[in-house]
Design a protein around this ligand. Structure first.
Ligand code: ZN
Length: 367
């Protein structure tokens, strides 16, 4: 629907004119009944004014006059809505703005009280599981851009992620197979996104919004598909326990907390700090132990070899994430391996991926 009837007030006289409104590419044309053009408004300039129910009343931003246009045809009103996205017939926009101001005030007060009572780390622990999926996704996207830029130290850009080149696609398909098996067993509230990136370290990183970066070096270190799947299962443990979100909330502090509560990330500086944290600091021992337990149980549930997480931990000195500085043969690593073995059941009959898929996955960064 690109044209319809309206009533136009030019704002200078009290004349009420029946007009024809035509929706062009980026302007709205207002023509008199005689076909004479009266006004042309850019959609960018159009704003909704308060009006009685059933009337869409429009004006122009920063207009000095009381010029306005009224539409009563619902179908045509919604056609205008689609084009001029600021337009909001029901006044819901104004209500939202008001609600957002109230929201800010409530959130600010609640946060200050909570910080005084719990301190930021404990508060982050309590809040992270309550963060709505949509807000966690936004936070994840914001942090992801920063983290990716920092990880990509060779400035490979789009080529930083493996699996897109023709020679790497079979590897990507094999990884997808592995991830499907793990995520079917995990049943998380958010779909997992996994990417292999060109970094030599035997590490992986988990960001808010269930995003896992597996470093190429980890695949090179893994002796078999179960070892790789084991570390990824450990990372899924961090996802399930919201550890990435907790870390980011702790590092980003209050401004991020507000952003999260309101689903809006204005605090760009806080996101930079948060991204740095994801890469440089490590989770607590308690969080690592919990992720091991989760990972081992998940491997078992998915029909994999849960002990494989232990065997690869021994090789990489227990440091599954960048920033972890646990030495090889450290008693703590041995204790973690023993704990994993206690969870693991009998060895499964088959490896996590068949030989062909595993060979393909080992060449996911072939380009
Ligand atoms: Zn970990």
């Amino acid at each position: 629907m690109t044209s319809g009837a309206g009533i136009y007030f030019d704002g200078r006289t009290s004349a009420r004119r029946d007009v024809r409104v035509t929706l062009a590419a980026d302007t709205l044309h207002i023509d008199g009944a005689d076909g004479r053009p009266l006004a042309q408004w850019r959609y960018d300039d159009v704003q909704e004014l308060t009006a009685p129910a059933g009337v869409l009343r429009l004006g122009r931003h920063d207009s000095a006059t009381l010029e306005r246009l009224e539409i009563t045809d619902v179908a045509f009103a919604s056609a205008i809505d689609v084009r001029a996205i600021l337009v909001d017939r029901t006044g819901a926009l104004q209500r939202r703005q008001r609600a957002s101001v109230i929201g800010w005030t409530v959130a600010a007060t609640a946060s200050l009280l909570a910080v005084a009572y719990f301190g930021v780390p404990a508060l982050a622990d309590r809040l992270a599981p309550l963060v709505p999926v949509a807000a966690e996704r936004k936070l994840g996207d914001a942090v992801d851009l920063q983290v990716r830029a920092r990880l990509d130290n060779r400035h490979l850009g789009a080529g930083f992620a493996c699996g897109a080149a023709p020679s790497e696609r079979a590897g990507r398909a094999a990884l997808d197979k592995m991830m499907r098996r793990l995520s079917d067993a995990a049943q998380l509230r958010m779909p997992l996104t996994t990417e292999v990136v060109r970094r030599r370290e035997a590490n992986a990183v988990t960001l808010p919004s269930a995003r896992i970066y597996v470093f190429e070096g980890l695949i090179k270190t893994a002796a078999n598909p179960d070892e790789l799947a084991g570390v990824i299962a450990h990372e899924i443990g961090h996802v399930a326990h919201h550890d990435g979100t907790k870390a980011v909330l702790q590092a980003g502090g209050l401004s991020l907390l507000f952003g999260m509560l309101l689903g809006d990330f204005i605090g760009g500086g806080a996101v930079v700090v948060a991204a740095k944290t994801v890469l440089q600091s490590s989770y607590s021992r308690r969080q690592e132990t919990a992720a091991d337990a989760y990972g081992a149980a998940l491997m078992k549930k998915a029909g994999g070899d849960a002990r494989a997480l232990g065997t690869i931990l021994a090789k990489i000195g227990g440091a599954t994430e960048p920033g972890m500085a646990i030495l090889r043969d450290h008693p703590e690593t041995r204790a973690r391996i023993a704990a994993i073995d206690r969870i693991a059941g009998p060895h499964p009959a088959h490896p996590f991926l068949d030989a062909a898929d595993w060979a393909a996955l080992q060449h996911i960064c072939a380009r």
